[in-house]
Design a protein around this ligand. Structure first.
Ligand code: SAH
Length: 242
């Protein structure tokens, strides 16, 4: 993906000490050699004004570099404050945008989450690390295959990845407590709104060219829609076989 986030965002550059202590590290991954890079990434997300501690803990545990296909890893700092290419004209989102969108989903352990646009598998891993049951759909078969392998190698084999068109959602596993779309449709896909559970939240970048994050909440059978940050994501591809 994606993401140049809003230039209109007020950035708070007050660096706060990283509160992820050694005692908090429960994952096997933090034994790798990128702990310093991940610590710096967390500081950099905080520097954007982000304060969601549970999300930061999960992002500290997930080895982001392992989700970028090997041949792209040297072309881009996996822990830098920007998206990176993952091939097939697609990108892994900027860490801050991953944090921001994840926080808006207000995930609780055990929630059933649908992601549209698996890409590298990184966002799905962050959601799984937060205790969610993750279902993710990717339209490019090679990326779906890459993500399945990376997720399984890093201990997130419970994430279900479907090769297919996200416009249809995944009705067999609906309703979902939250839906995150990481590519931009021109309009909010109706099937996804239908697959949202009562009390469910959805975040989706909407628009052609100029896009805005849109947050939907379903309560009492009604859907409330709120416009959020301007963003830039890759377009959501329309499956031409329809
Ligand atoms: N969440 C990803 C980044 C996604 S980039 C990560 O963490 O790495 C956006 C992804 O959406 C791309 O992989 C692209 O192939 C996928 N995509 C685009 N249109 C789609 C569609 N109609 N259905 C499912 N996936 C789609």
């Amino acid at each position: 993906m994606n993401s140049t986030f809003s230039s209109g965002l007020v950035l708070v550059f007050a660096l706060t000490a990283v509160s992820v202590s050694c005692a908090d590290r429960q994952s096997d991954h933090t034994g790798d050699d990128k702990v310093a890079e991940r610590t710096a990434m967390i500081e950099q997300i905080r520097a954007h004004g982000f304060r969601g501690e549970d999300v930061l803990k999960a992002m500290f545990k997930v080895p982001r570099h392992e989700f970028i296909p090997k041949r792209y890893r040297l072309l881009c700092d996996p822990y830098g404050d920007h998206p990176c290419s993952i091939g097939h004209d697609q990108t892994i989102s900027q860490p801050y945008i991953v944090a921001y969108m994840t926080e808006k989903l207000a995930i609780k352990p055990g929630d059933r989450i649908l992601e549209i646009g698996t890409g590298s598998g990184y966002q799905a891993a962050v959601l799984a690390e937060m205790g969610a049951n993750v279902y993710s759909i990717e339209i490019v078969p090679e990326l779906a295959e890459h993500a399945r392998a990376a997720l399984s190698d890093q201990g997130y084999g419970g994430v279900k990845v479907l090769t297919g068109d996200g416009y249809r959602g995944w009705p067999e596993h609906s309703p979902f407590d939250a839906i995150i779309v990481t590519c931009a449709p021109e309009d909010i896909p109706r099937a996804l709104v239908e697959q949202l559970a009562e009390g469910g939240r959805m975040i989706v970048p909407v628009g052609a060219g100029f896009q805005r994050l849109v947050i939907l909440r379903k309560t009492g059978g009604e859907v409330k829609v709120e416009n959020d940050l301007p963003v830039r994501f890759v377009p959501m591809i329309k499956d031409r076989s329809d």
